[in-house]
Design a protein around this ligand. Structure first.
Ligand code: NDP
Length: 313
């Protein structure tokens, strides 16, 4: 049997990153987690890193301010997965990855790089709206640098993180579902795709030693989780045994409210706009040169929307 790749996770203390560490260990990969010197006395992060070590991961010290330190840790592994932050209301550091790309290029040993993507496919967002397009533009800058450096890659398009979009019933600013009311975005009929973050991590790790995903985009589209907001609300109503009071916010109203928010909020709202009014996640066929995760890995039992939402009961 072929040896499993050694994996370095960068951003392993993050919301998605910690799940990638867990999935990498669970799938039997020797797993290295970057411990950035800059986290200093952040006790939560240090404790999390120590818990990874207890679970069998190796902690490796490095810094984005020290190129050679990154080269050194990259040389220890076959695969680099980056889950650096990219949500403006929390932190957005996508372009810092250019330093990681430089290190991977110099190290010369990496067989696969998964940059911090895990959302809407940025290659399909050349007409995205300001200011939210910054997320896609920056991710494309990292893609170009990766490809120009000749680094083998896989791009994961994970669609909606369930915690944000199901948790809040697609209501911007909310991550817990109301038991009283919901404001549909437009008619609420555009389909989106919701994925449990642990499943995103599982599928991502599955791709790393798979020749079918080399230099490709992998979309995660669990068939049962391709739903309109109305359908998501129905599932929630069934779980709580009660109908929500429904209203709707038109596209024009949504855009007008968006313009009054600060920059970070506007970036997030742009993403809700593309997903919920345009249906940008599900309105295209996956063409040649790309793959779909649930078809590649039918053995993974993914979490359905209904299963995910039971946690809010
Ligand atoms: P987090 O905000 O949780 O941050 C992840 C990591 O980024 C941190 O643990 C930290 O690593 C690292 N980081 C932060 N600041 C710096 C810095 N200055 N220098 C170096 N590293 C830094 O990230 P998320 O998990 O929210 O996002 C990961 C990816 O997922 C992004 O690409 C994002 O766009 C995408 N995403 C997609 C969503 C969707 O619905 N599809 C929703 C949310 C995110 P360290 O441990 O080293 O400090």
């Amino acid at each position: 049997m072929a040896m499993k790749s050694k994996v370095l996770i960068v951003g392993g203390t993050g919301y998605l990153g910690k799940r990638l560490v867990k999935a990498s260990l669970a799938q039997g990969h020797e797993t290295f987690v970057l411990h950035r010197e800059e986290i200093g006395v952040d006790i939560e992060k240090v404790q999390m890193l120590l818990s990874f070590k207890q679970q069998g991961a190796h902690l490796v010290i490095g810094s984005f301010n020290d190129h050679q330190s990154l080269v050194k840790v990259v040389k220890l592994v076959d695969v680099v997965i980056c889950a650096i932050s990219g949500v403006h209301i929390r932190s957005h550091q996508i372009l810092l990855q250019l330093k990681l790309v430089d290190a991977i290029k110099e190290a010369g040993n990496v067989k696969r790089f998964l940059p911090s993507e895990f959302g809407t496919d940025p290659a399909r967002k050349e007409n995205a709206m300001e200011p939210g397009r910054v997320t896609f533009d920056d991710k494309m800058v990292v893609r170009r640098a990766t490809e120009e450096a000749g680094i083998p890659f896989t791009y994961i398009s994970a669609n909606c993180f369930a915690g944000y979009f199901l948790g809040g019933l697609c209501q911007p600013g909310f991550i817990l579902p109301s038991r009283e009311q919901v404001r549909l975005l437009g008619d609420g009929n555009q389909k989106a795709i919701y994925v449990d973050e642990d499943d995103i991590a599982t599928y991502s790790i599955k791709t790393i030693d798979d020749p079918r995903t080399l230099n490709k985009t992998v979309y995660i589209r669990p068939p049962q989780n391709i739903l309109s907001l109305r359908e998501v609300v129905q599932i929630w109503e069934k779980l709580i045994g009660k109908e929500l009071l429904k209203s709707s916010i038109s596209e024009q109203e949504f855009l007008a409210i968006m313009k009054e928010q600060d920059y970070a909020e506007q970036v997030g709202l742009t993403h809700y706009y593309h997903v919920c009014y345009e249906g940008c996640l599900a309105n295209f066929e996956i063409g040649d040169g790309a793959e779909e995760a649930t078809k590649l890995y039918p053995e993974v039992k993914y979490t359905t929307v209904e299963e995910y939402m039971t946690r809010y009961l």
